[in-house]
Design a protein around this ligand. Structure first.
Ligand SMILES: *Cc1c(COP(=O)(O)O)cnc(C)c1O
Length: 232
């Protein structure tokens, strides 16, 4: 299957899941998770109509930006971001999806202020409460908009989650439901720098469930590009 065929099949599956859930398919964005894929593969995905690209590693982002790989689509950062690397990401991407601490928020805000811009971000939630994953705990989310009031160079656009690796289809439904509830709650908050319209959840194995439970952005890698080759 070509990248174009994969993208069109995934889009159909998203649409079908949305309609089955009584949702408007137009409100769900498809983000191509491009890690370990070449600039050429990224260009094919964009030509096939993905809504945006998500990159995990700063070095890959920088390299593909220099190759102009993302032309025609917004690029997001979706990987773990160290505070000492914010300068290479802030202002270079439309959205940083993976903001996992107040410390990182503060660093992004400072860099955005220096550049004279407002950086859009999502708050990453460690919804499975996994030791191995970063992210805010669900209980911390309701108070965050107020805590971020001082960060005037940041705009909070919503929430992102990577649930635990599932072994059976449907395993993640409980996490998607919990994320949906957090999303509905945070959307009600009225702060100058909070404009929530994005709930980013769902990957290759579970994006139809995620759509069923309210995702507005799925991040799909393997199902678009094929298995990643981790060999050196
Ligand atoms: C790799 C990755 C994805 C996509 O994973 P697939 O299972 O290949 O679809 C989504 N989100 C994040 C944060 C990722 O790192």
């Amino acid at each position: 299957m070509s990248i174009a065929e994969n993208v069109s099949r995934i889009r159909q599956e998203i649409n079908r899941a949305a309609i089955a859930a009584g949702r408007d398919p137009g409100e769900i964005r498809l983000c191509a998770a491009t890690k370990m894929n070449s600039a050429d593969a990224v260009r094919q995905a964009i030509a096939a109509g993905v809504d945006c690209c998500g990159e995990n590693r700063v070095q890959e982002l920088t390299e593909k930006l220099s190759q102009d790989a993302y032309r025609g689509a917004p690029v997001h950062f979706i990987g773990h971001l160290q505070t000492n690397k914010v300068r290479q990401v802030v202002g270079k991407v439309d959205l940083i999806q993976s903001v996992d601490s107040l410390r990182l928020l503060r660093a992004i805000n400072a860099e955005a202020a220096k550049q004279g811009i407002v950086q859009s971000v999502l708050l990453e939630v460690n919804i499975g409460q996994e030791e191995s994953k970063s992210g805010f705990l669900a209980e911390e989310i309701p108070d965050l908009p107020e805590k971020c009031g001082e960060f005037s160079n940041i705009c909070i656009k919503g929430l992102m989650a990577i649930p635990p690796i599932s072994h059976n289809s449907g395993d993640n439904v409980k996490f998607f439901q919990k994320m949906s509830q957090l999303y509905v709650d945070i959307r009600r908050k009225k702060y100058d720098n909070v404009m929530v319209d994005c709930l980013s959840m769902g990957m290759s194995d579970d994006f139809t469930d995620a759509v069923r439970w309210g995702s507005t952005m799925v991040r799909v890698g393997t199902a678009i590009f094929g298995a990643r080759n981790y060999a050196p």
